[in-house]
Design a protein around this ligand. Structure first.
Ligand code: ADP
Ligand code: MG
Length: 289
């Protein structure tokens, strides 16, 4: 037997912590075996494909140092949900790796688990398993999310056809402006922009429409220009983006009006990332639907 991997917190050893923090999030799903075994077991589901995605977040890189633990947890779920949304998948469950730091103590871990519970309920997710380790820092979290599509129905990046229109599911640029606002580098009187950065809204409700009409799709995490470019490249095409038609929030429009170089500013909004909208292509006759 070797030393435990995580220091005691809340007077509990690693297994006690897992039982307290995480077992309730399995909602008694038989697949998770109460988080008491070495692995989960997921029976195959005839007629469906299991869609698997993973996104990790590092303190100081993907969220600001000292961010509220429940918001860290919810964003971790939501950035993964955004990938499932873009693939047309129905959320199912997730695996979680937590590299706890000494300063992220029992109260923070409980708040983190509460954030997982809240959005786990909202999006219909079950915790299936994970791993717990300790690190001197920074706080590092990795989440593998599973979803379902009907067999063969996952929307790929590579399916766009020449003549398709490029569509995006919502406004672009709030994530990038929101990061500056959350850092205190940009005026944000009502806190709207910082909220958009801290807690994106993945487009899970679009999955059926996307499966029906989209020829290709990706989620906008790297910036609209980059992610539309990923679709174009995977499809062997070029893409034209008319930046004057970029959908913008009122806050982003206000910021834009104050910039000297409008074209450069629009390019920055479309390059910034962290939007977590879906960018997709569709045949012109399907775009309205
Ligand atoms: P290891 O193989 O690293 O020793 P364990 O077998 O001790 O891991 O893990 C015990 C159980 O606890 C497993 O069911 C595992 O999925 C679960 N678990 C550990 N850490 C987490 C976590 N951060 N989130 C969810 N489940 C976890
Ligand atoms: Mg084990």
């Amino acid at each position: 037997m070797s030393a435990p991997e995580a220091p005691a917190a809340g007077g509990l050893d690693e297994f006690g912590q897992i039982a307290q923090l995480f077992r309730p999030l399995t909602k008694g799903a038989p697949e998770a075996l109460g988080l008491l075994d070495d692995a989960a077991v997921i029976p195959s589901r005839p007629g469906f494909d299991l869609i698997v995605t993973k996104d990790a977040m590092v303190e100081g890189v993907h969220f600001l140092p000292g961010e509220a633990p429940d918001l860290i947890a919810r964003k971790l779920l939501r950035v993964n949900l955004s990938d499932l949304a873009a693939k047309g998948a129905e959320p199912y469950g997730y695996f979680l790796a937590t590299a706890w730091t000494p300063s992220f103590g029992w109260a923070e871990r409980q708040a983190f688990a509460e954030g997982l519970r809240l959005d786990g309920e909202a999006y219909g997710l079950t915790l299936l398993g994970g791993d717990t380790v300790a690190t001197p820092g920074p706080l590092t979290l990795s989440l593998t999310m599973l979803g379902w599509t009907p067999s063969g129905a996952m929307i790929r990046r590579g399916g766009a056809r020449a003549g398709d229109l490029l569509c995006v599911s919502g406004v672009i640029g709030d994530g990038w402006l929101g990061l500056m606002a959350a850092r205190g580098e940009l005026a944000d009187p009502d806190g709207y922009l910082a909220r958009r950065y801290r807690l994106p809204s993945p487009r899970v409700e679009l999955r059926e429409a996307l499966r029906k009409y989209a020829s290709a799709a990706a989620d906008v995490s790297d910036g609209l220009i980059a992610d539309a470019g990923h679709i174009a490249e995977a499809s062997g095409l070029a893409v034209d983006i008319d930046l004057d038609r970029l959908p913008l929030s009122a806050a982003a429009r206000r910021w834009l009006e104050a910039q000297n170089d409008r074209v450069e500013a629009l390019r920055a909004l479309a390059s910034g990332g962290d939007d977590y909208e879906v960018v997709c292509t569709a045949a012109p006759e399907a775009a309205a639907a």
